[in-house]
Design a binder for this molecule. Sequence first.
Ligand SMILES: O=C(O)CCC(=O)C(=O)O
Length: 203
Amino acid sequence: MQPVQQSLAFETVELPVKIIRRYLTEKQRQLLLDEAESYPYSSPQIEVYGKLHRIPRRQVWLADRGCDYRYSKQIITASPWFHYVAWLKEQLNSEFGQSYNGVLVNHYADGTEHMGWHSDDEPEIVSNSDIASVSLGDSRDFVLKHKTTHQKHLITLECGDLLIMPAGMQSDWLHALPKRLKSKRARFNFTFRQIIPNYHKKI
Ligand SMILES: O=C(O)CCC(=O)C(=O)O
């Protein structure tokens, strides 16, 4: 009797984002983590369905002068760059051919802190620019959901990973950072963006 050959079907799932694991070395991770402890964070209140809610994390917007950012109907004035994060911006710009001039840093004290579904589609973001997201500290799940098909992807982001959200994906996909209640450690996330300078002075 002939042995039965099992045919294995391999399915390749194409992600709408790119991931570079351990983009930062251990030394770079530590320098940036130490620096990030001292940023001037706040937890502003934002309007969701007509009601004000304090965001469930702390954040700060570091950017070039004139690159203020509007987020959930609030203008966030740019705070000046710090040494290591400015170095990382220059590194990303030269390696990936981008012109990042601002970074939103989110600090999640533990797994109860999170970010809901959204797209980074603010009009002041330069339309053909990618968004580069660097994670530090505790690992957390990052989820993507297609706006019409509702297809989902889950990516666990570890300390030092770089995730690139290519230009154009924000119109089709939402993303979120859900709670992870077992997690007791802090996480920092840096999303580098290219903003049209003085955009909010014109309107
Ligand atoms: O913390 C994260 O990885 C998500 C950050 C994010 O979605 C954003 O800054 O728009």
